[in-house]
Each structure stands twice: as C-alpha cells, then as structure tokens.
Design a protein around this ligand. Sequence first.
Ligand SMILES: Cc1cc2nc3c(=O)[nH]c(=O)nc-3n(C[C@H](O)[C@H](O)[C@H](O)COP(=O)(O)OP(=O)(O)OC[C@H]3O[C@@H](n4cnc5c(N)ncnc54)[C@H](O)[C@@H]3O)c2cc1C
Length: 466
Amino acid sequence: MGQTVKVAIVGAGTAGLSALKVVQRHTDDFVLIDPGPLGTTCARIGCMPSKALIEAANEFHKRHFMPELGISNARQLRIESREVMKRVRLLRDRFVQSPVKAAKNLGERYISEHAVFEDARTLRVGETRIKAEKIILATGSKPIIPEAWQHFDERVLTSERLFELETLPESIAIVGLGGVGLELGLALSRLGVQVIGIEQGERLAGVADPDVSHWALESLSTEFPIYMGHQPELDRDAGQITIQVCGERVRVSAVLAAMGRRPGVLDMNFAATGLPVDPQGIPCFNPDTLQVADSGIFIAGDTSGGRAQMHESADEGRIAAYSALQGVELKPYQRRVPMSIVFTDPQIASFGARYDELDLSQTAIGSADFSFQNRALIMGVNRGVVKLYADRKSRKLLGGEMLVPKAEHFAFQLATCVHNGMTVDEIVHLPFYHPTMEEGLRSALYHLGEELGGVLPEHFLPYKTD
Ligand SMILES: Cc1cc2nc3c(=O)[nH]c(=O)nc-3n(C[C@H](O)[C@H](O)[C@H](O)COP(=O)(O)OP(=O)(O)OC[C@H]3O[C@@H](n4cnc5c(N)ncnc54)[C@H](O)[C@@H]3O)c2cc1C
C-alpha cells in the first residue's frame, strides 16, 4: 500500500500539533502520524502532572510554618497519597482531552503507527509507504534507562510511570538531578517519601551561575540527602533495590531514572535518508528555519536535542510548518528570549544570556540575597539569591539566574525587559509596589546599577516631553 501527500507530520505532541494548526490553514493534503499514547508529553507525563504533584507537596509542606503564624495542631495534618495521585490523574485526564481530540478529529488523516524512514521522502508507516513532499519530524524524546537497569522491572520508574502509581513508594532514589529529577524528588520528599538524590555532574538542574548553584545545593540539601558527582550502581536485595553511593549501601523501594531523554529521531532509521547527522546522531539542521540540510525534512521540539521546553516545542512546530510551506528561499525566524524555570521551592529560573555565555570582561553583575527580603520574610520564604547581568557599554540587561520564591514570575518580567532591549536604568524606573517580592529584584537591579557606575538619575521622574 502507498500514499502520496504534500506534508507528513510525524509526532502528535506539542510540536507536531502546533505544526498541524499551521499546515491545516494551507492545505488538506497532509497526514499526522503517531502510534500513541496521544495527549503530548507535557499534558500526559510531563509539565502538567508534575505540577499537580508539586502543588499537593508544597501545600502540605506549609504545615511547618503554621505554628510560627500561631496556627495550632498543624503538625497533625496527614497526606493521603492515594488521593494525591488520584487528583494528579484526574487533572492529567482533563489536560490530554484537547490534544487527543485534535489528532482523532482528523479521521483518516491521522495514522496510528510508528514511522521510520525509507529515504528522505519516504516513510514506512506500519504496512503503508508514505511519500511526502515535506516531512515535519516532531517525535519528542523518551527517558533514558541504562541497559543494566532494565531487569529491575517496575521498581525502576520514569516520569512515564510515576503518575500511574496508586500510592507512593516508601523510599526512592532519584538518579539524575536535572530539572525533572529535582522537581519530582522535592515533591516526593515533601509528600513523605524517603528520598535520596544522586547526580553525576557538579551542578543541580544545569544551573550555570556559581552563586545560584551554591544556593541550590545548600537549600535543597536541607530537604533530602544529595550526592553530587556520583554514578550509582544498583542491586537487588530482598524485594528492594540497594544503591552503592559514596561507599555506602542505601536500600530503597524504588528508583526514578531522571538521567535525561533520548530523542525519538534516533529510532527512525534516519540513516536511510543519507542526510548528515551530528556526533549524537541528530540530523544537522538550520536553527533559523529548522530545515534538515537542504532537504524537505524539518525538525521540531525535543527530538532536535535543543531547548526541551513546552513553549519552545510549540514555537518550533510553527517554524517547521512555516518553513515547510515556503518555496525554495526560506525565511529565518526570530527566536524568543531563552527562559527556563524549575518548579522547586524556592524556584530556580534563568532568562536571557546564561553565566557561561557571558564575556565577563564586558559584563556587570548585580545580586540580591533574599534572606533579608521583607515580603519574603513575612511569608516565611526568605531564601535564595538573584543574579543579574548587564552589558557594561550599552547598560542593557543581558540575562540572569536565580533561586528565589516567585522566580516563575520574575523570569517572565525580566525576559520581557531583555526582549524590549531595556537598560538597567530604564528597568529601575518601572513602578515597584511596596511591599512586594519585586522589591528584592529592584535591590539586585540597584546593585547592578552600582556595578555600572551608578543608576542614571535622569531616569527617575523624567520631564514630560509633550
Ligand atoms: C516530567 C517532565 C516535566 C516537564 N515539565 C516541563 C515544564 O514545567 N515546562 C516546560 O516547558 N517543559 C516541561 N517539560 C518538557 C516538555 O514536556 C517537552 O519539552 C515537550 O512536551 C516536548 O514536546 P514535543 O512535541 O517535542 O514531544 P512530545 O510531546 O513528546 O511528542 C512526541 C510525539 O511523537 C510520537 N513519536 C515518537 N516517535 C515516533 C515515530 N517514529 N513515529 C510517529 N510518532 C512518533 C510520540 O508518540 C509522541 O506523541 C517536562 C518534561 C517532563 C518529562
């Protein structure tokens, strides 16, 4: 059996579905291919269920602050993990409805199969061969589980299985403390699971700024033991798993493998296209158009090995579709200001240029310690640091990194300033209400202004110009 189409979209996740919306406006001659389960990584096993779990954990954790507020009996509060997991799945089921519908409503144009390449224009999709003028590759990624761990069966969990648990394990080792491992480790610990965290690298959640990295380790180590620079070995022991870390043997009832994700394109026989790949096996592509070499293939979302974030995947889906629908001369697309948020408590966030991308000889750095931030003190969340970077010559804000409460809002506010090309002086001129945590941001901006030789006074209450 064979079929010829103008556009084949491979993958019905965030990137694939946002590509679909663009393609649908231009042509009916397309197919969407995905073996399922449908619903997107974000809604089904990623962003959304993880935040639902974190919400329960953080609310329960507030009981420790209640006696200080004069609220008694708070320590009697109990967590019902069965109910927590039920709510996580209930919300998850609601969030997946719309992406599932988007694929299923396509009727015959949705094909429920795994696709592999036969050549640069042909996909083998089950028993069918599909020839496509343009192919949009949006095949996401899968959690990595080391070969040696495969025989531990259901005791080795990934984010794909965690949210299916009826109740939570008694104890768990989180192996890999990137954003995903850290968020889930902290949530599980706050929900009463005995957690240990193990990271083979030297920094938590890929934090680049040394001060933020220091704060992250200090702050999160108070919640559960963290072993940095270790690669654990697993063994079976009387129905449990033993882990060898730092010469110690630790027994846990489960392990969460959070050591990164494998791009889906690696399992698509891409070699059959004859197109170039990088040393990791990812197709070589133009980051401005997402075109793979000079072919009719466009790559979007996690499968390209880039910024593994929901909003970036959605953008890339659109860019890939716009590029696929253009003629020979492809227009380059402007990307958004980079931003990343880890939903720990305090949250970790970065926006704009990262510390390791700066030319330190041309950069001023300002900071504010949130241990003394007044509003944070009132709310009992006075921990962390904000670091901000500005260009010495133009005085423009370049980026920053932070571990503070409300970092999810700060990152957005400051990314907006970077997007608008604002100088530190202009940002300080914006209204900061009292008492808010944004005043803590302003302290970092003032410090940054001092490092630039002083905030320019003409930005305070400037004369009316009309
Ligand atoms: C636990 C967790 C928490 C996260 N939290 C956040 C967060 O808070 N904020 C944030 O921005 N991001 C978060 N992310 C990342 C975010 O979920 C992803 O970046 C995003 O969902 C990737 O979208 P995608 O379209 O590239 O891939 P996906 O949504 O995974 O879609 C890929 C699709 O391709 C299909 N597919 C794969 N191979 C083939 C094939 N050969 N043929 C056909 N179909 C195929 C798959 O079945 C899948 O449906 C989180 C991720 C995880 C795991």
